[in-house]
Design a protein around this ligand. Sequence first.
Ligand SMILES: NC(=O)C1=CN([C@@H]2O[C@H](COP(=O)(O)OP(=O)(O)OC[C@H]3O[C@@H](n4cnc5c(N)ncnc54)[C@H](OP(=O)(O)O)[C@@H]3O)[C@@H](O)[C@H]2O)C=CC1
Ligand SMILES: CC(C)CCC[C@@H](C)[C@H]1CC[C@H]2C3=CC=C4C[C@@H](O)CC[C@]4(C)[C@H]3CC[C@]12C
Length: 410
Amino acid sequence: MYDFLRYKLVPPVFIVVFTGLVQILSLFGRGDDLTARSVASGFLGNVESWTIVTVFSLWAFVWLKIPGPTTKGPESPTGYVPIYSDNGLTYYFVTLLLMIALDLLSPLGLSSRLYELMPQLLGSLDILAMVLCLYLFLSPSDDPVTDQGLPSIYIFYRGVNFHPRIFGVDVKQLTNCRIGLMAWQLLVWAFFFNSVERNGFSMAAFTTFALQTVYLAKFFYWEGGYFHTIDIILDRAGYYICWGCLVWVPCFYTFTSYYLVHHPPIVGPIGATLILAVGIMSIYLNYEVDSQKQLFRSTNGNCLIWGKPAQYLTVFYTDHNGGKQRSLLLTSGYWGIARHLNYDFELVLTLCWCLPGAGLGLPPFFYFIFLFCLLVHRVFRDEEKCSWKYGLFWDKYCEIVRYRMIPYVF
Ligand SMILES: NC(=O)C1=CN([C@@H]2O[C@H](COP(=O)(O)OP(=O)(O)OC[C@H]3O[C@@H](n4cnc5c(N)ncnc54)[C@H](OP(=O)(O)O)[C@@H]3O)[C@@H](O)[C@H]2O)C=CC1
Ligand SMILES: CC(C)CCC[C@@H](C)[C@H]1CC[C@H]2C3=CC=C4C[C@@H](O)CC[C@]4(C)[C@H]3CC[C@]12C
């Protein structure tokens, strides 16, 4: 029953539901009529949306081809060590400043066009993402044995390879970081700009925009750390990750900002400022948890955690060649409080950029609800992976760090 759900039912249902939802949300978010005709109208995009998507994707691609510093990711189960371009922060600032300059100095009206064209932009991104996923699905697998017997639709959804490259560029760095997350940033800027034009300046709309901007700037600062996360180690490049970052992120992750353009916030400036302060604090704490693990792993445990030598558990696992490998699991600092404390702060910071929409019903909180489900599910996915990798060592680690997310509760 579980196998039927996981391999045969969930992939096609998710593909149909999520792909359709994107068009519905883009109309619903700005109060347009939801008829079959209007929903279908954005699916193919139009000349303008295709131009924007093509120029932006090429821009992102070219930045990954610029010679410069690189960073290594962890070795994949097939023994491959991916190399990534390390110019994320420069790319982020140049792209964002270019967009702001275009808005303020040129008559293009780029931000207003982005808002008006949302259904068509998502239609173009959708087609681009589907073509990419099909290409990835048809590419030869570097580990064909593990795919035997799995339904094709599941492989399309999950992906075939961990680190495919196109024209020498790592696909996940292109789709996740450089297109998906940068599009997220440009769109929340565009929606904030639209909300000021339509409704005047509001501290609440600014809070939603500012928190996402700080969060995304932090992401590009920490991009090298992202290559050590589940998206890169555990997930292959397929519909889930690539379509997700190319289409779902620009559509859904930006939804609160999008919604606030047509539905002016009612939260006052004092409330919004308080939310902003808590949000910034949570972004900082989320970053601290992630970078504590990064420091610990990069120094092989020889570092100070909260001013004291790191405490850890030495664990062993068998690699893809059958060789015995050693790893370390941190048991002090944030990582001694709960096994996924970074998710707690992620949820609080997310709630903070949704809260400026309080009083406008459930839609401003859609992202928070989605993320809550995604992260709880991710806790179990990650623990299944770690338990499989480390076996009894993982059980021992769970005895030392007993709680998943909230001490004494979960
Ligand atoms: N906004 C969004 O949509 C989402 C945001 N995020 C954010 O992304 C960031 C990365 O999260 P994510 O990749 O999910 O998970 P983690 O960064 O927590 O990575 C989990 C991995 O870290 C290693 N690990 C686990 N415990 C320890 C320990 N005690 N000491 C050392 N290493 C350990 C294990 O890998 P190994 O095999 O190396 O031992 C484990 O598989 C977080 O900030 C999270 O909040 C995450 C998901 C969704
Ligand atoms: C297709 C859909 C059913 C689901 C798609 C989900 C993906 C778009 C997201 C799954 C995990 C997400 C992320 C993980 C970690 C991140 C680090 C953080 O600092 C920034 C955000 C992100 C890259 C985030 C992006 C969306 C996912 C890949």
